[in-house]
Design a protein around this ligand. Structure first.
Ligand SMILES: Cc1cc2nc3c(=O)[nH]c(=O)nc-3n(C[C@H](O)[C@H](O)[C@H](O)COP(=O)(O)O)c2cc1C
Length: 462
């Protein structure tokens, strides 16, 4: 019988309670019989458990302990930058500043070379074969981070295994009036009602034409704000016709809450003709290009099932779930944005529903569709949880905004460690391994928070 443990940051296994010498040089070891994990200094990358295992922020140790939520040096620097500079700026100004400076830094050849060598995922444990592509990491940049295809290569250098550019529309549009993105820092969430501001498919395609690296890039396609639902198919077709030859996959976005009427197209009787129309265009433009559909969290469960069935019927490549939610009840302080009419919420409050939708989809389609889980991924454990629940790929937006440039690399390292601990060869081997349909705890997976009974202790009998 293994000792009881809890999957909580900073919680340690009883068998690590004997004190040992601190091997961490300048790091101090807190006193007290139960607090056996060493503290980590503000700029220190690692600490040590008393059993000798090394840890960094939030990581699980081979001994079974969970490192405390202390930050790595880059995360601390970004947090200071975020609190002192970025947070004081309007969100979109901060975003533009971050994108422009990251792009400029990544253009310096020596920096790009360093990032390519040390940050871009190369660990075979992270590799995922899906959509006919070889993803170096299952972690992707979600739509909205690079709406215009201006910095996807920099996002790749920061460790994202793929980037979804867009949402792109047939013609340029300004989106809704500003301010239209709001921080909810207490929840590490965002509320946005951008309404697909973008340069239009021609400008975005010109940039994609100039792409040099091998980074996997998808294009997320939407309809124009002023296009009536009845003519939406023409909008999608125009984008696909121009951009299909320039990207690795396409996503049909019918789930943004910020474009009037868009979500009504998630109803199967509207969605079927739209997708058939799009597929016809795609057969002409680039027949084997994977086509995915992005759905929203506010879609009722019966409709999610119907959409999954339709995706199978039409042989789509996959589903991206989920977009932002209009449900403000998930916020800890909804009153902070009471003055904002409309918009969708991203970040950790969305996590529970994103997992619920993923589990529902996986139960229905298993590995017949590629499931891309997005919504509330904020650390490696979140990403891991999505993968073992059936996601082949994972995306994030808010997690990166709050986590900063070191965040994708941190998630990759945490995921690689998780693969190793599970005794698997790669991420590919553990996809869906926790779903009720498959044998639970295959690869020695540890129970997650939901598995922990009220008293918090779990016995792992052998
Ligand atoms: C500011 C902002 C802009 C976004 N723009 C788009 C978009 O253009 N197209 C889209 O499909 N999703 C868009 N999203 C939604 C994200 O791609 C993602 O589905 C959602 O934020 C949930 O993920 P997260 O919790 O990791 O942020 C946007 C999200 C934010 C916060």
């Amino acid at each position: 019988m293994e000792p009881a443990w809890r999957e909580q940051p900073g919680h340690i296994r009883p068998d690590c309670q004997e004190s040992g010498p601190s091997r961490a040089g300048s790091l101090s070891r807190p006193a007290g019989p139960r607090r056996v994990l060493c503290a980590v200094g503000p700029l220190a990358r690692v600490g040590y458990c008393n059993c000798g295992a090394m840890f960094s922020k939030g990581e699980r140790l081979a001994c079974g302990c969970v490192a405390p939520n202390v930050a790595s040096d880059s995360a601390v620097i970004y947090r200071v930058l975020f609190n002192v500079v970025l947070r004081r700026l309007p969100v979109e100004v901060a975003h533009r500043l971050a994108a422009t400076s990251t792009r400029a830094i990544c253009r310096v050849p020596v920096i790009a070379a360093i990032l390519r060598r040390f940050v871009v995922a190369q660990d075979r444990a992270l590799r995922v074969e899906a959509l006919g592509l070889s993803f170096p990491s299952p972690l992707g940049a979600a739509a909205g981070l690079d709406k215009n295809g201006t910095w996807f290569e920099s996002l790749g250098l920061l460790g994202f295994g793929f980037v979804e550019v867009g949402t792109v529309t047939a013609t340029p549009q300004r989106g809704n009036p500003m301010p239209r993105v709001f921080r909810l820092t207490g929840d590490r969430a965002l509320l946005n009602k951008m309404g697909f501001p973008n340069d239009g498919v021609d400008a975005v395609s010109d940039r994609l034409e100039r792409r040099s690296g091998r980074l996997i890039v998808g294009v997320n396609v939407g309809k124009g704000a002023s296009t009536p639902i009845e003519s939406a198919a023409a909008d999608y077709r125009a984008v696909i016709k121009r951009a299909a030859g320039l990207c690795d996959y396409l996503v049909v976005n019918v789930s943004s809450p910020n474009t009037p009427g868009l979500q009504t197209m998630q109803a199967v009787d509207l969605l079927r003709p739209l997708l058939i129309d799009i597929q016809k265009e795609l057969r002409k433009a680039k027949p084997n290009l994977p086509l995915l559909l992005k759905i929203g969290p506010d879609t009722p469960n019966h409709q999610i099932d119907a959409v999954a069935d339709l995706a199978l019927e039409l042989s789509l490549a996959g589903i991206v779930a989920v977009n932002t939610t209009e449900d403000r009840g998930i916020l800890s302080r909804p009153e902070d944005v009471a003055h904002v009419i409309g918009g969708g919420i991203s970040g950790p409050p969305l996590r529970a529903r994103a997992i619920e939708v993923l589990e529902r989809l996986y139960a229905r389609v298993e590995d017949r569709l590629v499931l891309v889980s997005v919504g509330g991924v904020s650390d490696a454990e979140d990403a891991w949880e999505r993968i073992i629940a059936g996601a082949t790929l994972v995306q994030a937006h808010a997690g990166f905004i709050y986590g900063g440039p070191g965040w994708p690399h941190q998630i990759n390292r945490g995921l690689a460690r998780r693969v190793q601990e599970a005794g698997a060869a790669s991420i590919q081997d553990v996809i869906g391994s926790k779903s009720p349909g498959t044998s639970r705890n295959a690869f020695g997976l540890r129970p997650t928070a939901q598995d922990v009974p009220a008293d918090g202790a779990v016995s792992l009998s052998t």
